[in-house]
Design a protein around this ligand. Structure first.
Ligand code: BGP
Length: 473
């Protein structure tokens, strides 16, 4: 829809950027921190591990100073469960508490709003050993951890995010080194884990409202609008299947406290509905997010997948690939969208899809929306004189912000934008040469060099964007 007059971003719009603990902090075994599943996960050959990363743990003051120079109004980061509770439960590690206390105070001293993710892919190893999210007790362990966070940081935090990309953990579990399992019916295990995470999230949201009445809390899934490959009705059905399985299953449970009916019938068909105990649905119904945070990287395009008697052996696909190379017989088939360009890693680029996604979320849930990840991974080049000309990143972000602005005209209650990532960090599974930050960290895959911080061209650009409240793009 064309708009004659652009309303622009609200005055108090939360401009900022994001990171996650295990991808940026390093210091994986310092000051009493326990191991998380990320600290011990296997990494593809030729990519680095998460032991030092960008060493934010020791450099947070310098880094936050840079964030303030860019004019950040908000900074979205995650707390490592294993810094607070090295074994996931039990004794509190006061040094871990101190680190996040200092970090939060540092942000507040610059007037930067801390937006805290409680759990970003880094389940404590000690909990994983006992069965991780497959066991019901992990729900209580998470609630106990949440209670500590609200007790210790509740007076300073206005925005909490429960679980980062729960949907990606379920759909990409093995890639992320978390919930994946290539057993006979991987879907059965994954959707049981999903049910437990949904309950843990609901309990945390309720607890937050009881313990920190002024704070706001919401889920943080990865959401993409889904296009049918053609106007063929069967393709449209496939798009609806995929939207439900990828997006709405998670948000319908978080917002409405019920299972999405299409996703449920899919799980029934695959024999992987979760065991729901008495009272579970009441717990889901009783929790209400104040907003939805979501990560957006690309849209998805899908076509009909035909299942007939000759290819009847269909399994649940728990490794759905954002880059289109997946098929689940009789449900959906990923298609490359011929209208979109791709980045160096094969991820499609779709700024208009960003507006579509914002609109769809608004229509469906009618809640305020904040974007907690969006960005371009690239092989940046450090040139002589400490220069990084990342015009491609500026182009990517500009186009997305433009579309976000139009979504505000469309009526979307869009209140914050925190792209990925504030500073270079280690990618989930593609090493540290895949960079996203506004600030370059001088290190290679295996050579830590001097970890020097260097402002990229996008740093200066984003500073102007924030200063002009999104008017100067
Ligand atoms: C999201 C994760 C982030 C981040 C980002 C980029 O799914 O929440 O942790 O890593 O994707 O992905 P990648 O690092 O694979 O390029």
């Amino acid at each position: 829809m064309y708009h004659n007059q652009i309303k622009g971003f609200p005055k108090d719009f939360l401009w900022g950027a994001s990171t996650s603990a295990y991808q940026v902090e390093g210091a994986f075994n310092e000051d009493g921190k326990g191991l998380s599943v990320q600290d011990v996960s296997k990494h593809p050959e030729g990519t680095t591990d998460f032991k030092v990363t960008s060493d934010f743990y020791h450099n947070y003051k310098e880094d936050i100073k840079l964030f303030s120079e860019m004019g950040f109004k908000a900074f979205r980061f995650s707390i490592a469960w294993t810094r607070i509770l090295p074994n996931g439960i039990g004794e509190i590690n006061e040094k871990g508490i101190k680190f996040y206390d200092n970090l939060i105070d540092e942000l507040l001293s610059y007037g930067i709003e801390p937006i805290v993710t409680m759990y970003h892919f880094d389940l404590p190893v000690e909990i994983e050993k006992k069965g991780g999210w497959s066991r019901r007790e992990t729900i209580d362990d998470f609630e106990n951890y949440a209670k500590i966070l609200f007790e210790r940081f509740g007076d300073k935090i206005n925005y909490w995010l429960t679980i980062n990309e729960q949907n990606m953990m379920i759909l990409h579990g093995s890639v992320l080194g978390i919930t994946g399992d290539n057993g006979e019916n991987p879907g059965k295990k994954a959707y049981q884990q999903n049910h437990h995470m949904l309950l843990a999230q609901a309990k945390a949201m309720k607890l937050c409202h009881n313990m920190c009445p002024k704070a706001k809390i919401g889920p943080a899934p990865n959401i993409s609008c889904v296009y049918p490959a053609t106007s063929k009705p069967e393709d449209a059905l496939a798009a609806s299947n995929f939207s439900s399985i990828r997006n709405w299953l998670y948000l319908d449970a978080a917002v409405f406290g019920r299972y999405n009916s299409i996703a449920w019938s899919y799980m029934e068909e695959k024999g992987c509905t979760p065991v729901i105990e008495e009272g579970d649905m009441d717990i889901l119904k009783d929790a209400h997010p104040d907003f939805i945070a979501f990560n957006y990287y690309a849209s998805a395009t899908v076509a009909e997948s035909i299942r007939d008697k000759t290819n009847d052996k269909s399994k649940v696909v728990v490794n759905v690939d954002q880059q289109a190379s997946f098929e689940e017989l009789g449900v959906v088939k990923g298609i490359t969208n011929p209208n979109l360009e791709k980045n160096e890693f094969g991820w499609e680029i779709d700024p208009v899809g960003f507006r579509n996604t914002l609109r769809e979320l608004n229509e469906r849930y009618d809640l305020p929306l904040i974007v907690t990840e969006n960005g371009l991974g690239a092989f940046d080049k450090l040139e002589d004189g400490d220069i990084v000309n990342d015009d491609y990143r500026i182009d990517f972000l500009r186009k997305h912000i433009e579309q976000g602005k139009l979504a505000i005209n469309d009526g979307v209650k869009f209140f914050g934008y925190c792209p990925w990532s504030a500073i270079d960090l280690v990618s989930t599974h593609e090493g540290c040469s895949k960079r996203y930050g506004f600030v370059y960290v001088n290190r290679d895959e295996f050579d830590l060099k001097d970890l020097r911080r260097i402002k990229k061209k996008s740093f200066y650009w984003y500073k102007d964007v924030i200063k002009s409240n999104g008017n100067q793009l």
